[in-house]
Design a protein around this ligand. Structure first.
Ligand code: ZN
Length: 681
């Protein structure tokens, strides 16, 4: 048998080869096409058992098998796996796209929803049906026939405009270079940055040093270059990318205008007033007004701290750097100098204390204490010798879930850190037998492997990342939901999915945790308290300024996609100015063209959704505050409630209901402000 089609248990990493992909996935696609055909016929009743359940079973098989291929492509990106993955990707994507457009499926879901059986379905089942109907509606399935072609045309034009926006920005970014010929202008820059600049110039057949707007060149200049002229030149070039000052064909101004018009038209076809309303339908936030209130509340509370931050920076720049006026291109530079002067500590020194075994023991201890489970080493075939495998059990020894832990960076592994689901918890039926399928997750990081005979050591950032991904993992593994579509992280709103992960990060800042979780690689001593205090102080450096900056972007994004009418005379830049007057403490020069490079909302998936970064931070901080109020980060009663109401509930209920059930009230911004050091005396 093709091992990719073995669904009896854990993925068969000991047997699966790239050659299995094409035949295995093709077979599953074929099976699923037949299944969809059969289930959408009139002879099949629109009921959970006859329609939704078998469809879930079929698609789960495909998703599980394709998930293994995708995972191997991410963690073992050798040519054979890349080829196997890319070979089937278009067909798999096409299948899922067709599924989303299949109006017969939509009709069945709607029929279930309207049936007399619907109220008798479980809460999870009803939520899954509701989600399906919602997603079909938002993709235009319910439009009258005469409006569908226009809706389709808008979708297509928007897709190409987003691509155009990115291309213009990329081309404009790449078009700029600043050649420095006077070595004195390099003062302050790290050696490796100068070296790279020299090589870049040489590659162009030039002498001197070439600086560009790409991050590895731009960032160090803004942060470290003593030359104010160099900083100013790069700043201006960066701030005016893809705008009217450059080549007309790379100007994003008309692209933005057209995107805004089309998004509004699309929203109105669907029966909404504007794009922001559509964007919020599948999100946790309930209304534009609610999000605006949230942002303005946080902005008003953070602004005095941001003002204090900028005043301190101004004073420091004047006294220490002889900069009488603090220009926008001085901010990064002066901030870096001030950070060093006030809160300097060595990352390298901190790293000596976070040895791998100690960190894992500490993490597992946090999870066990908080959620009343046991974590134990387990065995399973994996994709690399460095991968470890663990099981989570109840205190009575019953299996809850299992996870793979792949910690180290490899040149065949995609960058960053992420959690993925291998198997999702659900009730499964085999003939008259039923059982619970236990969940399995992949936790992947890119930490430095051990060198020589010494154990691996991690930075505090690495450790925070590990806790973050573990939070996603626990959301998937500790679920109690029995229906796939809303089990674990499935069906959880996009602006709520970071709650458990950001929540877990808080434990990396608890002294009682760090004390237990650190042992110097040579001496075995725990992290010194004074070093921890410095880390804490640096953590909140300029948090006021950073907060209002995020709010500026979020507010601009939301207003632009709600009340703002792109056909009216008011310009996008005018709106941005109003937002800045309200919340910002740094007002960029009049020629700054921030919208022209705001890819998140014009090319990424964040339109009318940029607020979710802060939103999720507020929620996770507010959840953590429940433990602080109980006087103990491991308070058992609070921990159990957090598990019951949020982690285990998955997507069964709207995330805001989960939050209210846990906290007994609406979310408040106070805890985040306090955690970021923004407390009024
Ligand atoms: Zn995350």
């Amino acid at each position: 048998m093709n091992p990719i089609l073995d669904f009896s248990g854990l993925p068969r990493f000991d047997l699966i080869t790239p050659a299995d992909v094409q035949p295995g996935i093709s077979q599953l696609l074929q099976e699923n096409r037949k299944l969809v055909e059969k289930l959408t016929s009139t002879s099949v009743a629109a009921s959970w058992n006859d329609f939704a359940a078998p469809l879930t079973d079929g698609i789960e098989r495909l998703s599980r098998a394709w998930g293994i291929v995708g995972h191997l492509h991410s963690v073992n990106d050798i040519p054979q796996w890349r080829e196997a993955y890319n070979g089937m990707l278009p067909e798999v994507s096409r299948f899922f796209a067709e599924l989303g457009q299949n109006l017969k499926l939509f009709a069945k879901y709607k029929a279930i929803r309207a049936s007399k059986d619907y109220p008798a379905l479980s809460q999870a089942q009803r939520k899954i049906i509701d989600n399906e109907v919602r997603d079909f509606r938002l993709s235009g399935a319910e439009l009258p026939e005469e409006k569908k072609p226009r809706f389709q045309a808008i979708s297509e034009e928007l897709a190409s405009l987003s691509a155009k926006f990115s291309e213009n920005l990329l081309d404009a970014t790449n078009a700029f270079a600043e050649i420095v010929s006077d070595e004195a202008e390099l003062a302050g820059l790290p050696d490796d940055v100068c070296q790279a600049a020299r090589e870049a110039a040489e590659k162009d057949g030039k002498t001197g040093w070439k600086f560009t707007l790409l991050m590895p060149s731009y960032m160090p200049v803004m942060q470290y270059a003593d030359s104010r002229r160099l900083r100013a030149a790069l700043y201006r070039a960066y701030a005016t990318r893809a705008a009217e000052f450059g080549p007309a064909e790379l100007d994003n101004t008309p692209v933005i205008q057209r995107i805004l018009e089309l998004r509004r038209e699309e929203a109105q076809l669907l029966g909404y007033n504007n794009h922001a309303e559509v964007s919020l339908v599948p999100k946790m936030a309930e209304s534009v007004t609610q999000v605006l209130d949230f942002l303005r509340d946080l902005g008003a509370k953070a602004k005095p701290f941001a003002q204090k931050d900028i005043e301190e920076l101004r004073q420091f720049a004047k006294d220490q750097l002889q900069l009488d006026t603090l220009e926008p291109w001085d901010i990064g530079y002066a901030s870096e100098k001030m950070l060093q002067a006030r809160y300097a500590f060595s990352e390298q020194e901190v790293k000596q204390y976070f040895t791998e075994d100690k960190v894992l023991t500490g993490l597992f201890h946090v999870v066990e204490t908080l959620f009343g489970v046991r974590l134990k080493p387990d065995n399973a075939p994996a994709w690399h010798d460095d991968v470890r495998f663990f099981r989570i059990e109840t205190p009575a020894g019953e299996l809850v879930g299992q996870f793979y832990l792949d910690l180290y960076a490899r040149d065949t592994k995609r960058g960053g850190a992420w959690m993925d689901d291998a198997i999702t918890r659900r009730r499964v039926f085999s003939g008259s037998m039923e059982s619970i399928q236990k969940p399995v997750a992949y936790l992947n990081c890119n930490f430095p492997p051990p060198v020589g005979s010494k154990p691996a050591t991690f930075t505090h950032d690495d450790v925070t990342t590990l806790f973050h991904e573990t939070g996603h993992g626990l959301h998937h593994l500790l679920t109690r939901v029995e229906e796939l579509g809303v089990s674990g992280i499935h069906g959880v709103e996009w602006d709520a999915v970071e709650l458990p992960s950001q929540f877990m990060e808080n434990y990396c800042w608890e002294w009682q945790v760090l004390e237990q979780m650190t042992a110097h690689v040579d001496s075995g001593a725990p992290l010194p308290r004074e070093l921890f205090d410095k880390m804490l102080a640096a953590k909140n450096f300029q948090s006021g300024m950073q907060t209002v900056r995020q709010i500026e972007f979020s507010l601009f994004d939301l207003l632009l996609h709600s009340d703002f009418d792109p056909s009216a005379q008011k310009a996008v830049l005018e709106l941005l100015k109003e937002v800045r007057d309200e919340v910002a403490v740094i007002i960029p020069p009049e020629w700054h063209r921030f919208p022209n490079s705001f890819s998140h909302i014009f090319a990424g998936g964040y339109s009318a959704g940029y607020f979710s970064y802060k939103w999720a931070e507020v929620l996770s901080a507010d959840c953590y505050a429940a433990f602080e109020e109980a006087g103990n980060p491991f308070d058992q009663i609070t921990g159990k409630r957090f598990l019951d109401e949020i982690i285990a509930a998955g997507g069964t209920r709207p995330a805001l209901d989960n939050f209210r059930a846990f906290r007994g009230r609406e979310p408040k911004v106070d805890a985040l402000l306090r955690h970021n050091g923004m407390i009024s005396a």
